[in-house]
Design a protein around this ligand. Sequence first.
Ligand SMILES: [Zn+2]
Length: 649
Amino acid sequence: MKHLLFFGTIISSILLGQVDKSMDLCSRQNSFAKWLSIENMMTENQERINITFYDLYFKIFPDDQSINGLVSATAIVVDSGLTSIDLDLMDGYEIDSVQINGQNAEYTYSSNLMSIQLAMVGTPDIGSEIVATIGYHGDPQSFDFGSFTFDEHQGEHLIWTLSEPYGARGWWPCKDDPSDKADSVNIVVNVPDHLIVASNGSLISEESNPNGRKTYYWQESYPIATYLVSLAIYPYQYWEDTYINADGDSLSLTYYVFPDHYGSLYENYLETKDMIGLFEEKYGAYPFFDEKYGHAEFGWGGGMEHQTLSSMGGWSDWLIAHELAHQWWGDMITCADFHHIWLNEGFARYGEALWAEYDEGIDAYHTYWANHAYYGGGTVIVENTTTVSEIFNGQLTYNKAGWVVHMLRHVVGDDVFFNMLNAYANNDSLKYASATTEDFRDVCEDFTGLDLHDFFDQWIYGERYPRYRVLYDTSPENVLSVQVNQIQSWQLFHMPVDIRITTTDSVYNYFVDQTGESTLYLFEIPDSETILNVELDPDNWILKSVEVMQIGQEPPLPGAFTLNSPFPNPFNGRINIPFSIGEDSNLSFSIQNIMGQTVWEKHAFYPNGKHIINWQGRSGNGADLPSGLYFFTIQSSKKSLRQKILYLK
Ligand SMILES: [Zn+2]
């Protein structure tokens, strides 16, 4: 929304005192907590190696629900005195062979860990390369979490993996930690020959073998975290498409679907190209451009952002946008550990809202955030990474984390924000590697020159949101005093806030820094104008509650709901539509033309109080509308009110 010119100036802002309050930490509910006996804690030995390459071979027997695996892990030694190599592998497999640099090696295998002795290669020097090779077989489903699943669809075998957060060790031995990505991975899979194997990276070859079997050889040549390595296996129907970028380079898109879903999915997937274009414009080049992007249907009712090939159990725009956004945020830059999972999921949520904005306009973007607000307790940073439900908490890890990205956009400003995300995407030490909250904060601070410690501390490590109470006074004339108070019983927030002042002649927008319990701002308003309304953060860039009161005026009575005369009416440029509500409400606004067609709509949360909504004669996607008579409707859960407005250009 464009800001009109403002004539008033801030003549002073006075800090009336700041009182620190200790944080009110609330206990969290984990009603369906699923405890795992494992977490991504590295062993001491694992911290002394850097994995460079995995060579994975699986022979899969769907009828027996078993696999034979032969896995080589190549590691560079980064610390002295290493006598063994530790790889995570869930208990329960039969181990057939264990070798170090091609020679049989002693090992132990218990508590979901293989520890392989390096005796035959001596104590390796720093910088030397070690290859550990393990042959094993068994049923990967014998663990109580479904990282590797023998499933079925329409009577056919469906085999799929979903390894986030700690499931890779459920089907292959690895250093299962997202802070140490392999530089590349080969994924070779032998299956009955009616099955098609879809996986990460590029398909190098497919080869028919004796006894009715077939081998697929996939290669991921970009760095990849263990949890992003995936298999999706079925007699798929698949098709290819091509995305052409701004330089004319092409990226191949491959979609694997169940044949009975082809008809209903084809149209949905066509939008993927537009989404890649949008995200390339906002975030920079698609990270795996030399390989592919694609989708593979699987048996879980959601999506999973497997690198270069998202696994899909739904087909909505938002899911497609979400998993695609993860290719930048989650796959190219991965959370260093699952305390910082919001860097994956908050950014993927943000991708959904960006798509809404691109597809339907800025009001749809704001509606998205109104519908994904979370006001409860708990921190975005994950305290306990052994609980899967806590890592993937829908309200904190997804919705509030997405709000943090949304809020950051306004704190730094639109142009700066997207350039800043580009800087993050292209940071030499983070690109194709892993990041913590602090790494991201440092990039933002370096790029903007702002001190964002308070911002990240309060929103990522702190709980809840600010509750603002705004008191304004229009006397003496020409000076408007606006006192912004934070009235919550928990931590205080430090945010820049928008203050919008609507007068008989103008709309003034200010962006002021607010910190502490109470801040007083004084605004000079021209003599000729009467102040009609004051709003704080009217466009909902802050996760907050707010109440605004004029000194000497009663707030609306509980249950009140009134729509006042819009002004100016007729209008040219911008019309202001005042309304008041006596309680916090989710409201729908819409504008119909004389044919009864809805030409604009918006849904938003409004607190108890007086408000003004503006309209500029444009449709939701920004198209200018013709002059004429329109009807403005505002609807609460209880009633709907309507006013005629006349647009004259
Ligand atoms: Zn996600």
